[in-house]
Ligand binder design. Sequence first.
Ligand SMILES: [Zn+2]
Length: 232
Amino acid sequence: MPDNIVNKAIVCPMCGELGKAEIYTSVNTTVNKALRSKVLDGELFSWHCPSCNYRARLNYPILYNDMKNRFMVYLIPKIDRYQLCDKELEEKYSNLRNISKRITADFNSFKEKIFIFESGLDDMAVELTKLAISQTVSKKLGGAEITDGYLSMYDRETNTMGFTYFAGEERKPYVQTARLEIYGKSKDIIDRFAIKDKKLKGFIKIDKEWAENILYRYKRAKHIEKLNKLKE
Ligand SMILES: [Zn+2]
């Protein structure tokens, strides 16, 4: 068996029968292209009981490695850390430089990262754009709380980007498109305020919380600039 697959014993939650599951600890889509779609449509995580046919979805950590597009996304369900420095992993992939390495805590953001990096976008700038537009969406919906949102469309030709947001307790989906100029502006902000983050070692979590922090730093700097101008 390849070293990226482990066998796990699973007790069926329906019939109680002891079964087995093959679990991928990592996938390298440059080596095995077919795994990409199996990850994205969730097939890789689906399990069915041979005795009663019960179907379940398995949640486990998986490292997604796309060498061609130079990114790695580590899905670790419910991880609540900002940075993960895994010595063993760093050594294993030390020959790969300038690779974007991310951790995500849930499947949706995991899929989103793959989409962003495959599209050749900067995920930090996307996250900031998403945050800025979510505020507009919230206003449009009468101040509804936006629980989460994902980049769902990117079209270089029509110069647009689309985000799907989930609003309120019912998590109603709301799609909002935006011109790429907002993304460009976000990228300028990132280039100024996320220099340190870009140099960080290991896997980092670039999410809404991170974007809020960058936006805060940006606004504070703008405020100081204004004050300095007044002094002149
Ligand atoms: Zn069963």
